[in-house]
Design a protein. Sequence first.
Length: 148
Amino acid sequence: MASEVRIDKWLWAVRVFKTRTIATEACKKGRVLIGDVPAKPARMVKPGDIVKVRKPPVTYSFRVDAITQNRLGAKLVPEYMTNVTPESELHLLDVVRLSGFIDRRKGLGRPTKREGRDLQRFTDEASADSMGWDFDFDDDILLDDDDQ
């Protein structure tokens, strides 16, 4: 078994990218870093290296635990890498997911059925929460002209 492998092949093998071509393109665009240095597709990676992959809005960090050149089954991936992405980065995914309901980017077209149902559920929950507030304006104390 080899002690080093190309970074594009390793990223594809551990299922960070769907195809090796996409992994290669990410390397060429500077979205893959090894030790905070941009990595070309042919850069060799070895156990112990920290690989950072920028998939906007998040930069994922992975520690290389083992080397493989062949694509792995999803259940085997934890044996070959450890996700060491900071919680602050993962929190960005939740923020983006929620903001997608509120401000849909221009040019995305109509929402899909699923997005529509999620948006409806989100607005229903928001309106249900506001309905739970007890505002009764009849009970407010009104000042008479002599009390002022």
